[in-house]
Design a protein around this ligand. Structure first.
Ligand SMILES: *Cc1c(COP(=O)(O)O)cnc(C)c1O
Length: 389
């Protein structure tokens, strides 16, 4: 068995932050069948597969409706537009998110009001909401970043007192729960991205909005499809746009949805292993709110020497990420849409941006690789402590 003996001395394989290939190899036959069905029907835009995906996804999330659209940014824009967000309105969200959250708000004509994050979870600090609400506030967009849910019920209670809406950005939280309800199912609407790297990902761009508000659902269905009156190809009830899901993506997502719970369970197992192995290492793992069961789109920790650690890990073949390195209140794109009166000071958001690092996380990551990542982090930090002593 000379091959076996040779293995330990072989260069260690690279551990990527995420890897979609294993998933697609595992599902190859089912995906091909789904693609073949779409070609056979040649239903390339919306169509039967998308309709069935909408039903299955709504059922999975526990809402009556799911409206499939072209991507997650559009899902947010459709939901905000459909509830009537427009010029003169303010929308409250966080700056520790992907740019799309703010893009959708600005595209609707509204301005942005960022609240700071809770330093433990790096999610919207619900205690900051009340003071951020002004007479112009039209909606709150909590972001379930990293696959952990903001306590949406708490956000809803505050919003209800002020007569404003809650639209959840659940792009990173397919299958997560908040007080037992699926991400996206508590607010007036919940918005999802099926970008390939998300926990449930298409093979291209795709997105959806979920809601149990039938009238709102009808409006979004019109908006995503040129404002068409239902079933009438050339009758335009409102000025809409084109943000439809491809039939191919609908068919592919139906195949993958059946595996989402198992994939999320494996992500939670990996997270638990990281927590156990890093327990005695001098880093802080970003916490999950007690009200949420997380699906670990990312596994994020904090360390003051983040950039050096990332370099050392990279040198030993371990890829890491930063979600996100520049908070949105510091992005030139968005500064014109912040309240002029208020100097934006988001201390916890800024502090986190300098310290966060996301570790490799995807369902097919092996236990051996999880151990290798954790051991390498321990080694890097111990060596640094010894050198500094
Ligand atoms: C991915 C993502 C989006 C946008 O989704 P796209 O499908 O890429 O348009 C929105 N918000 C958050 C938090 C995301 O992670």
């Amino acid at each position: 068995m000379p091959m076996r003996q040779a293995q330990p001395s072989m260069p260690a394989m690279r551990v990527p932050l995420a890897d979609l290939r294993a998933q697609h190899q595992q599902l190859g036959r089912d995906l091909q069948e789904a693609i073949d069905r779409v070609f056979a029907a040649s239903d390339f835009i919306l169509g039967n597969e998308v309709r069935q995906f909408e039903e299955e996804y709504a059922a999975y999330c526990g809402t009556t409706e799911a409206i499939a659209c072209a991507n997650g940014t559009d899902a947010l824009e459709l939901a905000l537009w459909a509830i009537g967000v427009g010029p003169g309105d303010e929308v409250i969200t966080v700056a520790n998110t992907f740019a799309a959250t703010a893009e959708a708000i600005v595209r609707c004509g509204a301005t942005l009001r960022f609240v700071d994050v809770d330093p433990r979870t790096l999610l919207m600090d619900v205690n900051e909401l009340e003071t951020a609400i002004t007479p112009k506030t039209r909606a709150i967009v909590p972001v379930h970043l990293y696959g952990s849910c903001v306590d949406v019920a708490a956000v809803m209670a505050i919003a209800a007192r002020h007569g404003i809406d809650v639209i959840e950005d659940a792009a990173q939280a397919q299958g997560a729960t908040s007080r037992g309800k699926r991400a996206g199912a508590t607010g007036r609407a919940g918005c999802f991205s099926f970008y390939p790297g998300k926990n449930l990902g298409a093979c291209g761009d795709a997105g959806a909005v979920i809601t149990s508000d039938q009238e709102l659902a009808n409006r979004m269905r019109q908006m995503r499809d040129h404002g068409r009156a239902s079933g009438k190809k050339y009758e335009h009830a409102i000025v809409g746009r084109n943000s439809r899901m491809d039939g191919l993506q609908g068919a592919i997502l139906r195949v993958k949805l059946r595996h989402l719970d198992a994939w999320n369970a494996r992500r939670r197992e990996i997270a638990a292993t990281y927590r156990a192995l890093l327990r005695d290492v001098d880093i802080r793992i970003v916490a999950v709110p007690e009200s949420s069961e997380a699906v670990y789109h990312q596994f994020v920790m904090r360390t003051s020497d983040r950039d050096a650690l990332r370099q050392e890990l990279e040198a030993s073949g371990i890829q890491t990420g930063i979600h996100y390195p520049i908070p949105l209140h510091r992005q030139p794109a968005f500064t014109p849409y912040l309240p002029a009166s208020m100097g934006v000071s988001l201390q916890e958001t800024d502090a986190a941006a300098a310290e966060i690092v996301s570790l490799p996380m995807f369902p097919e990551l092996s236990d051996a690789d999880v151990r290798r990542v954790a051991t390498s982090i321990g080694d890097c930090l111990t060596n640094r402590a010894v050198a500094a002593a």
